[in-house]
Write a protein that binds this ligand. Structure first.
Ligand code: HDD
Length: 751
């Protein structure tokens, strides 16, 4: 085979076909693994870029850097050209018959430019249209080949390049980041045996059990078809109408009404593969598996009032947060944990592992940590990478296989199919971000936008005229698990699918008190927006099967009585579960402390700069992101006379953009700040959203002016309200940092 490969002519890199580099490769030169289907351009110079932006891994360390280099284009020091490479002499004026005459059809420069612009947009994704992505790598903790022959797990320290796209589900491409919604968590692994896409969400269960219902679910959740409202929200009649008539949704409703649906950051979300998959080792032994991504930054969410305000202040909040963290070298990390179990174990569970509305409590099958993922590079171009990336659940590699989950089986068709329209044809695998790092070898040919120039007369297999290549990989290739199936062809569900409520109850009962409060408030908010009383009532009837306290609190919030519960779909005994602490966000505080947390330092002329600069520096040292916030941009004069730059005004960077605030000392500064209603509102919101507040000296006057209580509603000390003075400054800053690491003081909530 090696001799054959050496003797064969090949098109290793299309870019090399142009200019001096054009050549017939020497006999013996082997394929570079990444150089198939290159998209060289005749119009612009392709400049290989060793380093694109700070924080890039050096060339060669992250394999996606190499393949993408072949298509990266940086502005070159040369003239403009048309798409045909013709130098453009004038980019300001169209060609006219006389200075005051009509434009000529002959003007191909104008026509090409306008025509290309006219076609710049492609259809947005039908769901998950709004997203943000980053490059990185997955690193295996060990050799896990006893479990799976999937190559990313082949040895300790092995790194596999990844591209991860986060998304909201319901909103359109330009919608707000902080909508109450599920978040997509889609990871593409570029392995040496092809691309593996783990297309998950930030919640481990789903709304429905069978792909047949997906279009109905999405139609109901999207803006209503007659007036296209509301955008990026489930708080409307059609969603809750569908939900109330689909009791299997009960468990997922608990998750989507929980704080999980309003994450603080993409960096503070868990990710889940949701379905049961199979791991298969080289001996053909199979085990079931569920995939869990756990953020090292901890699991943290916003509060609803904050999420709503952020939508106005910065609708790119999550996109910006991810981008800035990576640019700053604060690379987000997740640990990959596996729940591994056998068919026999699965048969003993009180739920069906093929049912995507059920999870496996971690107390039943604990997580086995197998590696970590690090995001260390922002994309160069949003459209080329984040928009054009195509994830498909059917993209698996040897060692990973599907289960018969009917939701997954339907997805395996849907994703491939949707790319045909969205990306314009069957060659979307040739778009650089979608290309595997291994060379594609098959006899698929032609179609819209074909990039590869396949040489030779042979485009079929088996062949003798082409030397018999490429040939089947046999057992070395992807082999499906040989599951024995003897069954009737039917439409229907397995019996255990009919239990719709036991895990919804498990989730509710496993939440902390503030999390339960937030769930009640979320149901109340959403159902208040619903206009049809019968729909509200049916949702309450559904919740009546979940938990008595939950339904009565939601009913009270709506001014309604608790109705009779919906009839159950099964007579079988309903399983009961002990609470699962792992289901609470509070159980995963993370290991990176205050790294990446944003802190506002309020300043005005007369501020005690010595303390302020010290605190600023000490926060920076611990990886937090402090910002000097003032009434308006410019310099303020500090107590010792030195000027300090205001980095952002309270107007442009309101309270919801920060995780905490410091109010420094300085009579004059405090008096100036106290005159600004936006500053007082800033402090009130910081307090109301449970954020740590560190106050020095005269700063306490500002708290009084903002009418901020000094104790919690129950009269006890507020651990997030820290009063410091010059004598105990260090201890106060330490207490503030501890509160910041703990994130929020929910005991303040009186909303
Ligand atoms: Fe889906 C996109 C996740 C059920 C059909 N889905 C999409 C994306 C994510 C998920 C993260 C965005 C990928 C990206 O960033 O480009 N979807 C899920 C999860 C599901 C799920 C975790 C349940 C466990 N999806 C699901 C079903 C179907 C689809 C049952 C259809 C039968 N999903 C699609 C789609 C999308 C999509 C229409 C839109 C754009 C795309 O695929 O590429 O095919």
């Amino acid at each position: 085979e090696q001799e054959l490969a050496a003797a064969r002519p090949f098109n290793a890199n299309k870019a090399s076909e142009y200019g001096d580099a054009s050549r017939t490769p020497a006999v013996g030169e082997t394929f570079k693994p990444s150089t198939h289907a290159a998209t060289g351009s005749t119009t612009t110079e392709i400049i290989a870029n060793d380093k694109v932006g700070d924080g890039n891994p050096p060339k060669g360390e992250n394999a996606t850097v190499d393949p993408l280099d072949r298509v990266r284009v940086d502005p070159a020091d040369r003239h403009l050209t048309t798409n045909q490479g013709v130098p453009v002499s004038d980019n300001q004026h169209s060609l006219k018959a006389g200075l005051r005459g009509p434009t000529l059809l002959e003007d191909f420069v104008l026509r090409e430019k306008i025509s290309h612009f006219d076609h710049e947009r492609i259809p947005e994704r039908v769901v998950h249209a709004r997203g943000s992505a980053a490059h990185g790598y997955f690193e295996s903790y060990d050799n896990f080949s006893a479990l799976t022959r999937a190559i990313p797990f082949a040895k300790k320290g092995k790194r596999t390049p990844v591209f991860l796209r986060f998304s909201t589900v319901a909103g359109e491409r330009g919608s707000t980041d902080t909508a109450r919604d599920v978040r997509g968590f889609a990871v593409k692994f570029y392995t040496e045996e092809g691309n593996w896409d783990l297309v998950g969400n930030n919640m481990p269960v789903f709304f429905i059990q069978d792909a047949m219902k997906f279009p109905d679910l999405v139609h109901a959740a999207k803006p209503e078809p007659h007036h296209a409202m509301p955008q990026a929200a489930t708080a409307h009649d059609t969603f809750w109408d569908f939900a109330s008539l689909s009791p299997e949704i009960a468990h997922m409703l608990m998750w989507t009404m929980s704080d999980r649906a309003i994450p603080r950051s993409y960096r503070t979300m868990q990710g889940f593969g949701v379905h049961t998959f199979r791991l298969i080792n080289a001996q053909g032994e199979a085990r079931f598996v569920k995939f869990h991504w756990t953020p090292m930054q901890g699991t943290h969410s916003l509060v609803w009032d904050e999420a709503v305000r952020i939508s106005g202040a910065d609708s790119d909040f999550h996109r910006r947060d991810l981008w800035e963290a990576i640019e700053a070298g604060n690379f987000p990390e997740w640990e990959l944990g596996l729940q591994i179990f056998t068919e026999e174990q699965a048969a003993s569970f009180p739920f069906d592992v093929l049912d995507s509305t059920k999870l496996i409590p971690e107390e039943l099958v604990p997580l086995t940590p197998v590696g970590k993922m690090v995001l260390d590079r922002n994309p160069d171009n949003f459209f080329a990478e984040t928009e054009q990336v195509a994830f498909c659940t059917s993209h698996v590699v040897p060692g990973i296989d599907f289960s018969n989950d009917p939701l997954l089986q339907g997805r395996n068709f849907s994703y491939q199919d949707t790319q045909l329209t969205r990306l314009g044809g069957p060659n979307f695998h040739e778009i650089p971000i979608n290309s595997p790092i291994v060379q594609i070898q098959n006899n698929q040919r032609d179609g819209f936008h074909r990039q590869a120039i396949n040489r030779g007369r042979v485009n079929y297999e088996p062949n003798s005229l082409g030397g018999g290549v490429p040939y089947q990989a046999g057992p070395a290739g992807f082999t499906s698990f040989p599951e024995t199936i003897a069954a009737d062809k039917v439409r229907g569900n397995p019996e255990l699918f009919a239990d719709h409520y036991s895990q919804a109850r498990l989730f509710w009962q496993s939440q902390s008190t503030p999390e339960q409060n937030h769930i009640v408030n979320a149901f109340r908010f959403e159902l208040t927006r619903v206009q049809t009383p019968a729909v509200r009532e049916r949702v309450l009837a559904l919740l009546a099967n979940v938990d008595d306290v939950l339904v009565s609190r939601v009913a009270e919030g709506l001014g309604m009585d608790v109705p009779a519960p919906l009839p159950l779909a099964t007579d079988a005994p309903i399983p009961t579960y002990p609470p699962s602490p792992a289901l609470s966000l509070m159980s995963r505080p993370g290991v990176t402390g205050i790294k990446g947390r944003r802190v506002a330092v309020l300043i005005a002329s007369g501020v005690d700069d010595k303390a302020v600069k010290g605190q600023y520096g000490s926060l920076l040292k611990d990886g937090a992101v402090p910002r000097m916030v003032g009434n308006m941009l410019g310099k303020v004069k500090a107590l010792d006379g030195d000027p300090i730059d205001v980095e952002i005004s309270v107007e442009a960077g309101p309270s919801v953009m920060y995780d905490a605030v410091i109010v420094p000392d300085g009579d004059q500064a405090v008096a100036t700040l106290a005159k600004n209603a936006q500053v007082l509102e800033f402090l009130r919101e910081q307090y109301r959203h449970g954020k740590p507040i560190l106050v020095f000296g005269a700063g306490s006057d500002l708290l009084t002016k903002a009418m901020i209580p000094t104790t919690l509603p129950d009269g006890s000390d507020d651990p997030g309200l820290i009063m410091g003075d010059a004598a105990n400054a260090d201890a106060a800053v330490a207490a503030f940092k501890a509160a910041l690491a703990g994130f929020r003081v929910f005991a303040r909530e009186t909303d």
